[in-house]
Design a protein around this ligand. Structure first.
Ligand code: HEC
Ligand code: HEC
Ligand code: HEC
Ligand code: HEC
Ligand code: HEC
Ligand code: HEC
Length: 158
């Protein structure tokens, strides 16, 4: 009996000692490979930080949904737990107001600009601005949006 429980204990702790991404890799290689390039990976902000441990999900071949998956309207709270200032500023903008009111809006959530598992460069993010803002009012220039519009505040600095 002791041997049995020792084996069980080793099995359980062995499984827990494994980094969470190793438990997702077999089915989500693309997301794990992407995430490895993000600053989150270097700081051990792993899959479970945003999706929960998802134990039943990963042991049911995906038949049970993961614990959490943040829709656009939930991201200010999820990401804001660690990035308080950007989330607070963003929530007061037109982007934030529209997204927090409805996930079905055309406005930008955190991951719309930043990407989800890979981190976008500022230049890549400005391509996103242009995608949604095809026609710009007169004071704007077609590139370098962030030189005039702080991305989490939006109001232009004159
Ligand atoms: C045995 C395979 C398997 C493992 C292991 C697995 N998943 Fe999944 N996962 C799936 C399947 C199947 C889907 C549904 C895929 C689809 O709809 O394209 C899915 C979907 C998801 C989704 C998207 C759900 C949605 O509603 O869009 C997330 C997030 C996710 N998995 C997270 C994880 C995380 C985090 C882990 C590791 C802790 C993990 N998965 C481990 C099979 C797995
Ligand atoms: C910083 C938060 C965060 C981390 C860390 C994270 N995800 Fe996600 N993930 C999300 C969000 C938010 C979505 C919803 C889609 C979106 O907004 O782009 C998502 C979507 C997914 C999906 C659905 C398909 C897709 O690519 O959109 C899968 C599968 C997934 N994540 C797996 C993982 C795995 C595996 C890890 C660990 C290597 C991981 N995620 C780490 C936030 C995260
Ligand atoms: C559990 C805490 C945590 C959560 C949740 C989290 N992050 Fe992070 N994030 C970090 C840490 C830690 C870093 C690395 C900071 C550093 O390297 O100085 C980071 C880095 C970043 C960076 C790069 C910052 C830079 O200075 O270049 C961006 C962008 C980012 N996260 C966006 C997000 C988004 C979007 C979400 C939600 C989908 C999110 N984060 C959720 C902790 C978190
Ligand atoms: C409209 C696009 C856009 C949205 C929406 C957005 N960001 Fe950003 N964010 C940017 C850009 C562009 C930068 C780079 C600013 C720079 O380097 O000058 C940035 C910088 C950051 C940084 C690193 C520097 C800092 O200010 O700490 C973090 C962390 C971050 N954003 C998190 C978030 C989170 C969390 C959300 C959602 C609550 C969010 N962002 C929403 C475009 C956006
Ligand atoms: C996914 C689409 C999308 C992306 C990406 C996006 N925006 Fe927006 N933006 C919107 C929508 C929708 C509105 C609200 C328009 C309205 O009120 O009619 C808006 C509003 C604005 C406003 C007006 C704010 C106000 O107070 O009225 C500014 C400025 C702005 N965006 C700048 C940017 C910049 C700069 C970027 C990139 C860093 C960006 N947007 C990325 C969709 C987007
Ligand atoms: C040279 C500075 C400058 C640049 C660069 C710039 N803008 Fe503007 N933008 C302004 C000014 C000034 C206004 C009008 C006043 C305000 O919004 O505070 C404005 C207004 C806007 C508005 C409408 C706001 C409203 O109240 O309806 C949007 C949307 C916008 N800009 C998006 C962008 C995007 C996207 C880019 C990059 C492709 C960009 N701007 C580049 C200065 C600039």
């Amino acid at each position: 009996v002791t041997v049995f429980f020792t084996a069980l204990f080793l099995l359980a702790t062995g499984a827990l000692a494994q980094p969470v991404q190793e438990l997702c890799k077999a089915c989500h290689l693309e997301q794990v490979t992407d995430w490895e390039t993000h600053r989150h990976a270097a700081k051990q902000v792993a899959c479970d930080a945003c999706h929960g441990a998802s134990t039943r999900h990963r042991t049911s071949v995906g038949n049970v949904p993961p614990d959490r998956i943040a829709g656009p309207a939930e991201q200010a709270r999820l990401c804001g737990a660690c990035h308080a200032k950007p989330a607070q500023e963003y929530s007061g903008t037109r982007h934030g107001a529209l997204v927090l009111a409805s996930s079905r809006t055309r406005a930008a959530a955190c991951t719309t600009c930043h990407g989800t598992h890979t981190l976008r460069t500022v230049a890549a993010m400005e391509k996103q601005c242009a995608r949604c803002h095809a026609s710009l009012p007169a004071p704007c220039k077609p590139t370098g949006c962030a030189t005039c519009h702080k991305p989490h505040q939006l109001a232009a600095r004159r």
